[in-house]
Design a protein around this ligand. Structure first.
Ligand SMILES: C=C(OP(=O)(O)O)C(=O)O
Ligand SMILES: O=S([O-])[O-]
Length: 280
């Protein structure tokens, strides 16, 4: 949108037929973007274009130390200026745990200015005690803490009892959201089968049994998965591992501005279409 010009005049009902989209800070319908190596200009461009629709930015896995420190700091600053929670991938913390460098990790998080933290055990085993300590340490450092449930190995499944316990304990400690592992591949883990199709029975089990399913952040990198989850769970679910180039099209899906979701939500009343004024 050009600076200083009003937004397109258009029926809000058409822009948001479900009436669920709110401005930031949102409590529902958050979008988490996975950044696998955006340059500064690419990120600037993304934030200018789609920043209003991005709630969290994950600097994926252990990519943070591969940037020059000043460039990483600038990326984080840009995201924070758009009121985005920006955090290093949980795998990076897992690397630090494995290397006995958790203190160094937290120093780095503070020095470069991250305002969020992901605590996961996707690759290594992390005891409940250590997981809890990491969550509390993150909160004490003033960070928004997001945890993750699920293993990254091919064929990993969701153990309901374990998930419920994880959600209960993590959130009672103060974690804001619990991510459901989907990797950036979206295949062969958790709720996705080997071809990336959603395992509905698993998802429905989670919804039935997890008392506070609103805290779940579903990693769903592919459009078909996003559409499927929006249909199944509603357009205001939290979605993660969205690719930078897909943010606007996901927002269009959430708002029913795309064929796949146009019929979702309130029945379209013919009058609302009749009431449009076409300037010719
Ligand atoms: C990017 C990461 O994870 P995921 O595979 O869950 O996206 C990560 O753990 O750093
Ligand atoms: O950490 S990962 O997803 O390679």
């Amino acid at each position: 949108m050009m600076e200083g010009r009003p937004p397109l005049q258009w029926s809000p009902q058409l822009n948001d037929p479900t009436g669920c989209r709110t401005a930031k800070p949102r409590t529902s319908g958050k979008t988490m973007v996975i950044d696998k190596g955006l340059g500064l200009h690419a990120l600037e461009d993304l934030l200018e274009t789609a920043g209003a629709y991005i709630d969290m930015l994950k600097i994926g896995f252990g990519t943070s130390p591969l940037y020059s420190t000043s460039l990483l700091e600038k990326k984080i600053e840009l995201a924070k200026a758009k009121h985005i929670t920006v955090y290093p991938g949980g795998t990076f913390l897992e690397v630090a745990i494995r290397q006995g460098a958790v203190n160094n990790f937290f120093d780095m998080v503070r020095e470069v200015g991250f305002n969020g933290l992901e605590v996961s055990d996707g690759t290594i085993e992390v005891s409940r005690k250590l997981r809890s300590e990491l969550i509390v340490r993150g909160l004490d450092a003033g960070l928004t803490v997001i945890t993750e449930y699920g293993k990254k190995c091919w064929g990993s499944t969701i153990e309901l009892g374990e998930l419920i316990e994880t959600v209960n304990v993590d959130t009672s400690l103060g974690a804001e959201l619990v991510t459901i592992e989907g990797r950036e591949s979206g295949k062969g883990v958790g709720i996705f089968d080997d071809s990336g199709a959603c395992k509905d029975a698993e998802i429905e089990k989670v919804l039935r049994e997890v008392p506070s399913a609103g805290v779940l952040l579903w990693e769903a990198p592919h459009k078909e998965q996003q559409v499927h989850l929006l249909h199944l769970l509603g357009t205001d679910i939290h979605l993660g591992n969205i690719l930078p180039g897909d943010v606007i099209s996901l927002e269009a899906l959430r708002r029913g501005l795309r064929s796949d979701t146009l019929m979702l939500g309130k029945e379209r009343k013919p009058e609302s279409v009749d009431s449009l004024t076409w300037e010719i």
